[in-house]
Design a protein around this ligand. Structure first.
Ligand code: SF4
Length: 350
């Protein structure tokens, strides 16, 4: 089946993504295209929307780990699962700032901060606001993932200077109850609505390889694409099966299906930063190269990705250099200072 290709103007930080409704059947039809045809279409749309072809580097830190009362079936931090994760207290502001400075020195554009738990309590929340203000003062973009938010919490985070809030839909509505029982799909959509209403940019994606069907992967992508507007950042995670979690031992997904998912995401959300997230390292360099071709243009970089191992910064630098991929920071510096070569810029990873 032939799909119309819509071209949009290049994305800018102040633009709200254009909205288009995507029926699940049309998204499934994209999945079913011959692999090369799908990648070709995705790359065409990618180039039209991101002519620089740069890759955003986001560094992630866990502010508070473990002891979570939710029961997400993939997560090592839930008290319902028997994993090796040791709960930790919240990091001090000094520790967070030292990590943020290091991330900036290493060329990260965005500093993403996660805390385990269903939703932030009042005492912790004050500390999170302070952390946002402080990290923001370094000139980094800030993103937080703290679970479900109340309306006033979203507004306070916005006031503190938070740029992005991450809250994933995780999977298709029809697969959701097989993965999580302690909060509903609607709870997630409600938090996303509060974040959007407060004027914070939305980072929202999901995890594939959790035993869902291709149809259900298409349902997840349709949920994301049909948010109005769709998220500015869409992390696509590949399940990292963790011993002791209910999803450990689930049948492994064909890695090319991950590439297809990236391509479909790029086509239906043309202006979003599509991020290869957890599971990237395990997929190896060749699959990651295909993902970049399919339209991925953001990666987690240089720090531990919550509790799963992420590729080390050095390996990532080498991979990006091998593929001739620029980072978002290097293209922005060039735009501000025409004539500056990549190797003149201290933070360039090339
Ligand atoms: S994913 Fe988040 S909410 Fe779910 S169990 Fe893990 S820490 Fe808790």
């Amino acid at each position: 089946m032939s799909q119309p290709i819509n071209f949009y103007r290049p994305v800018s930080d102040n633009e709200v993504p254009a909205f288009e409704t995507w029926p699940v059947a049309e998204i499934l039809a994209l999945y079913e295209l011959p692999f090369n045809e799908l990648l070709f279409r995705a790359q065409e749309i990618h180039r039209a929307n991101f002519p620089e072809g740069d890759v955003e580097l986001a560094t992630l830190i866990s502010l508070k780990t473990g002891a979570c009362t939710e029961d997400c079936g993939y997560c090592s931090q839930s008290i319902h699962h028997n994993t090796e994760v040791e709960p930790s207290k919240m990091l001090s502001l000094e520790t967070v700032m030292a990590a943020a400075k290091k991330a900036k020195e290493n060329g990260a554009n965005r500093f993403c901060m996660g805390a385990s738990g269903r939703s932030p309590n009042d005492r912790d929340f004050e500390k999170y606001l302070n952390i946002v203000r402080s990290v923001k003062s370094l000139g980094l973009e800030t993103c937080m993932t703290l679970g479900m938010l109340k309306e006033e919490q979203a507004e306070q985070l916005k006031e503190a200077g938070l740029d992005y809030y991450n809250h994933n839909l995780d999977t298709a509505p029809s697969h959701y109850n097989n993965v999580i029982s302690t909060r509903t799909y609607q709870d997630r959509l409600d938090t996303l609505g509060r974040v959007r209403k407060a004027g914070i940019k939305v980072c929202c994606g999901g995890i594939i390889g959790m035993g869902e069907s291709r149809q259900q992967r298409a349902e997840l992508i349709a949920q994301l694409a049909n948010l109005n507007p769709y998220p500015e950042a869409v992390p696509i995670n590949h399940l990292v099966p963790i011993p002791g979690t209910p999803l450990f031992g689930v049948e492994q997904l064909d890695p090319l299906e991950f590439v297809r998912t990236i391509a479909v995401t790029r086509i239906v959300m043309p202006q979003a930063r599509v991020r290869m997230s957890a599971g990237r390292h395990e997929l190896g360099e060749a699959i990651q190269a295909l993902c970049f071709l399919a339209g991925a243009n953001s990666i987690f970089y240089g720090e531990k990705l919550l509790t799963t191992d992420n590729s080390e910064a050095e390996e990532d630098r080498a991979m990006l250099a091998k593929l001739g991929l620029k980072t978002r920071e290097s293209t922005e510096v060039k735009a501000r200072m025409p004539g500056l070569e990549e190797h003149d810029h201290a933070h360039s990873v090339l």
